[in-house]
Design a protein around this ligand. Structure first.
Ligand code: ATP
Ligand code: MG
Length: 415
């Protein structure tokens, strides 16, 4: 698309409120704009990446048999009283009243709603298992919103819930979702570690977190230097050098950003909310559940936190906003600009996602903005364009070279 129509309002100076590099780049590059503490607008560039993240998640979940639905953000108090969480959830729950003084909350998570949806339709083991997910805005009145999208008060989450007739089936699905999560994070070129975790406000018997390894992470991971043992520090108070609890090796520490959290809920919600089914043996039992969250807006920032160099973005290929960035150095209606426009059209016709910098800006501004947008393949249409020679820059490998039109037209931009 033409960059003049993109609306990526870049800033010249570093925003003062940003403490971490990914947040700086997102603000400076015009990906997001803060609206209130912990509340953001996703501008077109940021939203384009959000949609790519969402689609990767959709593809991997649909592949294992999950179905997407969309539940309301506005949830009635009655449901939360049924589960016992209206009191238990505390101040993080955003509560409100309607004009008839009926109480509601803005959903921080959806165990209550999904359980109430399913209980009215699933009465027999013949209808199980079932796996339902949504991608939706969540609300949590976090005590300390910080690091931009990392800890917001309004944020985008994918939440999946599974329903089973027995524990064995839950175990099978838990592992399927765990593998899907690995595929999702692998497709975003993330370095992460799966760790044992505290089930917190959501509850249930056991849970694991997917931690993106990063110095700015708020969580501390304790792990063995010689086995698979890895846990959130919340569960085991282990110091560096302590023997690992599994008897193999010694403990190291690392910082992590929690991207996802998967739980075996068991009957924590189905029992109090009376979501029962009649089993093969004719006996009525509470449905066994699992739940699986993934922070989509948090991922936007976490991906960038692992993919920048010198405060310049380098987006991984499956989430980058465009595949190629074409920059003419001369203004509109010059031969140089027309050559660039032809190149843009030719690449677009090949089905490549191209961003064409048609703006009336100096070369310096165009380069600075391109560094913030972070598209791997950059083509500069410069002085030698009239001879058919272009400048190609691979920002991932940090290589710049002169290249001919033929080479440009046959290059693999999906890399
Ligand atoms: P945290 O320990 O970071 O508060 P949590 O355990 O409360 O996370 P879950 O309730 O398991 O989080 O939510 C699922 C996912 O939603 C998390 O793994 C995280 O990626 C994302 N998430 C949770 N809280 C926030 C937030 N305030 N802002 C952005 N994303 C969030
Ligand atoms: Mg939390």
């Amino acid at each position: 698309m033409k960059q003049s129509l993109l609306f990526a309002p870049t800033l010249r100076d570093m925003p003062k409120e940003a403490e971490v590099t990914s947040h700086k780049i997102l603000l400076k590059g015009g990906y997001i704009k803060q609206s209130a503490a912990g509340v953001y607008s996703y501008l077109p560039l940021g939203y384009k990446i959000i949609k790519k993240i969402e689609n990767i998640i959709r593809e991997e979940l649909d592949k294992i048999g999950c179905s997407e639905l969309l539940m309301p953000a506005l949830q009635s108090k009655d449901l939360w009283v049924e589960s016992g969480r209206w009191e238990a959830y505390g101040k993080e729950l955003m509560r409100l009243e309607d004009r008839h003084e009926r109480s509601f909350c803005l959903g921080p998570t959806h165990e209550e709603v999904i359980t109430s949806v399913v209980r009215d339709f699933i009465s027999s083991y013949k209808k199980l298992p079932l796996a339902l997910y949504q991608i939706q805005t969540k609300f949590r009145d976090e005590f300390r919103p910080r690091f931009g999208l990392m800890r917001g008060r309004e944020f985008i989450m994918k939440d999946l819930y599974t329903f089973h007739a027995n524990e064995e089936d839950l175990d099978v699905w838990y592992l399927k979702v765990r593998k899907a999560y690995q595929n999702i994070l692998d497709r975003m070129d993330l370095h992460y570690r799966i760790v044992r975790a505290d089930s917190g406000n959501i509850g249930g018997s056991s849970s694991e977190e997917f931690m993106i390894l990063c110095d700015i992470g708020e969580d501390t991971i304790v792990y063995s230097d010689s086995s698979d043992f890895a846990s959130n520090l919340e569960l085991y108070d282990l110091k560096v050098g302590d023997p690992s609890p599994d008897g193999v090796g010694h403990i190291l520490h690392a910082k992590g950003i929690e991207a996802g959290h998967i739980f075996k809920l068991g009957t924590k919600y189905s029992s109090p909310m009376k979501a029962n089914f009649v089993d093969r043996d004719g006996v009525s039992k509470p449905i066994i559940m699992g739940c699986y969250g993934m922070g989509i807006s948090r991922l936007l920032m976490a991906i960038l936190e692992q993919h920048y160099r010198d405060e310049k973005a380098i987006w991984p290929k499956q989430v980058r906003p465009f595949d190629v960035h074409v920059l003419p150095l001369d203004k509109e209606e010059t031969p140089n600009f027309m050559t660039a426009l032809d190149l843009y059209k030719a690449l677009k016709e090949k089905g490549i996602e191209v961003l064409f910098d048609d703006r009336t800006e100096s070369a310096g501004v165009k380069f600075k903005d391109a560094d913030l947008i972070g598209i791997r393949h950059r083509i500069v249409v410069g002085r030698r364009a009239n001879e058919g020679i272009f400048e190609y820059k691979d920002i991932k490998e940090d290589i710049t070279k002169e290249i001919t039109l033929d080479e440009l037209l046959t290059m693999d931009y999906k890399l």
